[in-house]
Structures are given as structure tokens and as C-alpha cells.
Design a protein around this ligand. Structure first.
Ligand code: ACO
Length: 342
């Protein structure tokens, strides 16, 4: 069996910076509340005339390809993770195939796993490479949250947390064993689907007379029909996140007969700085082995992990033989980890 290695990483965030103070002007919130509860200081929002989920993915992909010394023609397959696609369908993978200028009619797969989306996408790409089906796969995580948030006081518990951006990696076949993606671990618990979700448009339906039909997963539809903004029970998410993060990291280490002492870097999904700090303490990891950028970008969901990988790449902080663990938890619930030997 082959192994798969990340040979390039890139990211793109839109230039418009939205600070907590900017949010104070449009809703009843405060810089202090947001920093204390989440660690976030600012986030990026797209200019909708300029950037889209697929378009930001293309920009990130170009950088990843350049760093890998490859061109769009080298790509055999695209896996794209997002919860905020430009079209409800089709997913953005096909747009990337076109806009990146992939000349061959390569396949494009879209992954819908929210904050765990990038690790699910990476795991999928890893399986295609390990079994020999493809040699080079582009894996993208990109989100345009700003278009779908309730930026009034009503939506403040959710909307202050999210930002826009994209990250991408190029995954390539290698014959060298013991390097690259060592293992991935994917989980879900669907009874929590409505704890963090957007119900419409999937759950909205009308009869022949145009009356709304109450659907199984949308009990309060009459009051709130076509609400396309996210709903979340933040405390329940928080409690589950801290348990699952630790669990899924240990699962990855145990599967490879390794321990936290062997880790060079923990790359956590950026949902809340307090979640990361809790997990860091539990794993007894020093600050230099944990990367956080939530202060600058907020939660960019499927984009957070590839943005971090790209920033570490830029900073020259990825060294041959380093051991990284990636971990994420989010809506679904879904959670996942990946262990990488560079
Ligand atoms: N500004 C000011 N006050 C606010 C805001 C805001 N933006 N939002 C909520 N409040 C108020 C509430 O109304 C509440 O007021 P009350 O006490 O008078 O009722 C008070 O602040 C406390 O609210 P809580 O929700 O209890 O605050 P908490 O300490 O739980 O923090 C938070 C909320 C930050 C959302 C936290 O629960 C959290 O981070 N949860 C996890 C989020 C997460 O991991 N999401 C998963 C990834 S996302 C994905 O998968 C798509």
C-alpha cells in the first residue's frame, strides 16, 4: 500500500477585517464578552462582489500548488469541504475544477461535515491515494459564513464566533512507509444534529396551495420559516467538544503506539480558545506545541485546519519527521483526528 503526504499548503482570507468593536456597532455585544468567552479579536468577511466559497478555495489551492511545485494539470481529484457552498447544489468542488483550470475532467467530491469537514476530506483523499486510485489530490476547506449569519442582537450568540476564509493542501502518493498520514479517525453522533444546525432550506416544504408543510426536523417552522441562519446550544456543544477532542487525539496516538510526548504540534479546529486551552491542559502540552489563530479569524469551520497548516508552512515550522495531530469537533455532532508524520 502507498502512503500519502502533504506536499503543499496554502490559504486565503478576504482582506476585510471585522473587529469586535465593529460588531458592537450593529448588535448588542461587547469586545470584552467576545474575547473572554471565545478568544476572538477579529475575523474576516468577504466582499460578496469579490469572493465566494469556491473562489477563495481556488485562491488557496493556487498557493498550495505553487508550494508543491505542481500545476492544476497534475491534480487527479478534488475533495472540497464546506458548510457554506455558493449553490445549495451543486457543491463547490466542480466550480474549482473549472475555475482552477483543470483541463482534464477530473472528479470532484463535496464533503458536508462542518467543523470536522477538512479532516473527513483529508481522510477520504488519503484512502484514494493509499489504495492507488489517484496520485495527487487537492483537498480544500473554505467557508463564507458572513452571508449566512444573523448579525442582529437575536443572532449574537452564534454570529460573533464565525469568519470567512479558505485553506488547501495537496496530497500526493509516496512509496516511503511510516511517513505522511499515519491514520485518521472519524466519528459522529446524529442524535445531536439539531443542537447546531441550519434547518432551512432542507426542511422547508410547501403544499400545492403554497402553504408551509410542517416537517419532522422543523417543529417551529411556522414562527421561523426559511431561517437560514445557524442555531446552536453553545454550552452543550462546548461540553461535548472538550470530551471528544481529548478522546479522538488519544485514539490516534494509541492506534500508532505513540504518546503525547511524541507530538511536535497539536493543530486544533478553532471553535473557541477556551476549548483549545482545556484540551491543551488535559494533554499537558506546552504552548509552543499548540497553534491558535482564532484571535485573528474566528471560527472558519472547514477552513480552520488547512489555514493553520498553511501558516505553519509559511513560518517554516514544519520540519521533516515532525509529528502533528489534527483534531476537530462540530455540528452533527461529528469529530475526527489525523496523525501526520512529515
Ligand atoms: N454578546 C454579549 N452577550 C451575549 C452574546 C454576545 N455575542 N451572546 C450571548 N450573550 C449572552 C447570553 O444571552 C447570556 O445572557 P444571560 O445570562 O442574560 O441569559 C450570556 O451572554 C451567557 O450566554 P452563554 O451562551 O451561556 O455563554 P457561554 O459562556 O456558554 O459562551 C459560547 C457561549 C461562546 C457560544 C460557548 O458556549 C461556545 O463556544 N460553545 C461552543 C461553540 C462550538 O464549539 N461550536 C462548534 C463549532 S461550530 C460548527 O461546527 C459549525
Amino acid at each position: 500500500m502507498y502512503s500519502s503526504r502533504i506536499v503543499g499548503a496554502g490559504h486565503y482570507v478576504p482582506p476585510k477585517v471585522v473587529t469586535n468593536k465593529d460588531l458592537e456597532k450593529i448588535m448588542d455585544t461587547s469586545d470584552e464578552w467576545i474575547r473572554e468567552r471565545s478568544g476572538i479579536e477579529e475575523r474576516r468577511f468577504v466582499d460578496i462582489a469579490e469572493d465566494t466559497t469556491a473562489g477563495m478555495g481556488v485562491k488557496a489551492a493556487k498557493i498550495a500548488l505553487e508550494r508543491a511545485g505542481l500545476t492544476p494539470d497534475d491534480i487527479d481529484f478534488i475533495v472540497f469541504a464546506t458548510l457554506s457552498p455558493d449553490y445549495f447544489f451543486p457543491g463547490p468542488g466542480v466550480t474549482v475544477q473549472h475555475e482552477l483550470g483543470c483541463k482534464r475532467n477530473i472528479g470532484a467530491l463535496d464533503v458536508r461535515n462542518q467543523c470536522s469537514g477538512f479532516i473527513y476530506a483529508l481522510s477520504t483523499a488519503d484512502q484514494f491515494i493509499k489504495t492507488g486510485m489517484y496520485k495527487t489530490i487537492l483537498v480544500i476547506g473554505s467557508e463564507t459564513h458572513s452571508n449566512g449569519l444573523d448579525l442582529s442582537t437575536r443572532g449574537r450568540a452564534v454570529s460573533v464566533l464565525f469568519g470567512d476564509g479558505a485553506g488547501a493542501v495537496v496530497l500526493q502518493r509516496s512509496e516511503e512507509q511510516g511517513k505522511g498520514i499515519l491514520s485518521t479517525h472519524l466519528h459522529s453522533q446524529g442524535e445531536f444534529a439539531d443542537v447546531l444546525c441550519v434547518r432551512a432550506p432542507g426542511n422547508v416544504s410547501k403544499d400545492a396551495n403554497g402553504n408551509l408543510i410542517k416537517t419532522k426536523y422543523y417543529p417551529n417552522m411556522e414562527e421561523d420559516a426559511f431561517n437560514t441562519t445557524p442555531q446552536m446550544d453553545g454550552q452543550l456543544v462546548f461540553k461535548n467538544a472538550i470530551i471528544r477532542f481529548t478522546e479522538v487525539i488519544n485514539e490516534a496516538l494509541e492506534a500508532n503506539n505513540l504518546s503525547t510526548n511524541d507530538l511536535d504540534m497539536f493543530v486544533p479546529h478553532q471553535a473557541n480558545l477556551r476549548i483549545t486551552q482545556f484540551v491543551q491542559k488535559k494533554m499537558q502540552l506546552p504552548d509552543e506545541k499548540v497553534y491558535s489563530n482564532i484571535q485573528r479569524y474566528g471560527n472558519t469551520t472547514a477552513a480552520t485546519i488547512p489555514i493553520i497548516l498553511s501558516e505553519l508552512w509559511e513560518q517554516g515550522r514544519i520540519k521533516e519527521n515532525d509529528l502533528f495531530v489534527l483534531a476537530a469537533f462540530g455540528s452533527g455532532f461529528t469529530w475526527a483526528s489525523a496523525l501526520i508524520r512529515w
